[in-house]
Design a protein around this ligand. Structure first.
Ligand SMILES: [Zn+2]
Length: 425
């Protein structure tokens, strides 16, 4: 007898399951999206019950709600594994400066960049930050991101970093997107600690980390087993290798999981720290050395590539994603959505850039944007693929071949979004 479920999607031209049995994809598996043609999926109480050939799904399950996805491809909801979506103000003025020839580091050294966004973010009320970030999430969600990681890092004092975390928690409760929180108090040294960066590092370690760890324990994220990360920007004009290690060790000791912005403009040695500490992900990697790629590829740390940044900055030294993939790294993608270096809402555009400039194949880009991005957030057992037991987050596309996501540019191929089994848009 057929089992009753809430929803069946049948007759899909193809389902790219990105199935991985909870593991990240690397090597040959990274090129395999687990394609099923003429496929169907059964969903009950927000969870995927079965996926397979359409006829088989229709014989095993029955549902009051049926969607005929004839001529359409289905993929997992995208996981945007690296963003700075909560901020005040904008940086359109710096965008013009850069076009006229100023570099990102010039602007940063002149007090622009992260610090200018910090000033606006400190001034904004919690409600205004929720409103503006929610509008950005609307865009990201409509482009297929069903899970979005969001970092703090524009407060840069204890009160405002906690304010950003409260904004992030409110967004998770109010918005259709699933949100994963990251504490990035070590994003930049705030002006009040100019030339006293070790003093700021002490503040991060002695005051902020205990405060945010306590905040997390009493938040709904802890109750729902959504991980909480610490992140550090290891770079000139930000935090050196010694400071980076101190902050990450303190965060890990307080129970947070670890991420790092590393090797974006200069390879300072932060990657070795990240691998010594077994961080969940290392992000950017534009200037990572061959030895670094080798070491990263032998580890279980995800390599998060953010190609919308250099695309936006007009730079040509994209991360060695091809070399990382060939060496067996767990390559993942994120937009790095932020007001300065990547005002980019779109995972499909990020994937399209990754294919062209990082030379990932369409299948690799899809796995990097789903199951491996979920791994980079410590959630690969819950989201990121269309497999029985996973949260039912999936996208029904306006095309019959998932490769159109990366082949076509500037077009939104997402027709229907299913998040936790609910049909939204
Ligand atoms: Zn970033």
């Amino acid at each position: 007898m057929a089992q009753q479920v809430d929803l069946i999607i049948h007759n899909a031209a193809q389902i790219a399951t990105c199935a991985s049995a909870g593991r990240p994809k690397r090597g040959d598996a990274l090129k395999d999206v687990g394609l099923i043609t003429g496929a169907g999926v059964a969903i009950h109480k927000g969870i995927i019950k079965g996926v397979g050939p359409s006829a088989e799904i229709l014989s095993r399950y029955t549902a009051p709600n049926l969607i005929n996805a004839s001529g359409q491809a289905i993929v997992p909801g995208f996981v945007d594994s690296h963003t700075h979506t909560v901020f005040g103000g904008d940086r359109v003025h710096e965008f013009e400066m850069r076009i006229r020839g100023a570099s990102y580091m010039d602007i940063m050294a002149a007090g622009g960049g992260i610090v200018s966004t910090m000033v606006h973010t400190r001034q904004e009320s919690k409600n205004n930050l929720i409103r503006s970030a929610s509008r950005r999430l609307d865009q990201m969600f409509s482009l297929g991101s069903t899970t979005v990681e969001i970092k703090t890092g524009y407060g840069l004092d204890t009160v405002n970093e906690l304010k950003m975390l409260e904004v992030i928690a409110a967004l998770d409760q109010q918005h259709s997107c699933r949100i994963v929180p990251t504490f990035l108090g070590a994003h930049s040294v705030p002006p009040e600690f100019k030339d006293k960066s070790n003093g700021y590092v002490d503040l991060v370690i002695d005051e902020m980390i205990p405060a945010v760890a306590e905040w997390y324990q009493s938040s709904h994220f802890a109750t729902e087993n959504i991980p909480f990360f610490i992140d550090v920007f290891c770079e000139n004009h930000a935090f050196n290798v010694t400071q980076t290690r101190r902050i990450l060790e303190a965060g890990l000791a307080a129970g947070l999981r670890g991420k790092i912005h590393v090797d974006q403009f200069n390879s300072l040695g932060g990657l070795d720290v990240a691998l010594d500490l077994g961080l969940t992900s290392t992000d950017h990697l534009e200037v990572t050395t061959e030895a670094g790629i080798e070491r990263l590829s032998r580890s279980d740390t995800a390599a998060v590539v953010l190609p919308a940044v250099n695309f936006n900055l007009g730079l040509t030294n994209f991360a060695g994603g091809r070399a990382l993939a060939d060496a067996g790294s767990i390559v993942a993608l994120g937009t790095d959505m932020n007001p300065g270096s990547a005002p980019c809402f779109s995972m499909p555009l990020t994937m399209a850039i990754a294919c062209r400039y990082v030379r990932l194949e369409p299948a690799e880009a899809l796995n990097a944007a789903t199951i491996n991005a979920a791994y980079a957030l410590g959630l690969s057992n819950k989201i990121g693929s269309i497999e029985a037991g996973k949260a039912a987050d999936l996208l029904i596309l306006r095309c019959d071949d998932y490769r159109n996501l990366t082949y076509l540019l500037g077009d939104n191929k997402v027709q229907t979004i299913i998040k936790d089994g609910q049909i939204i848009g």
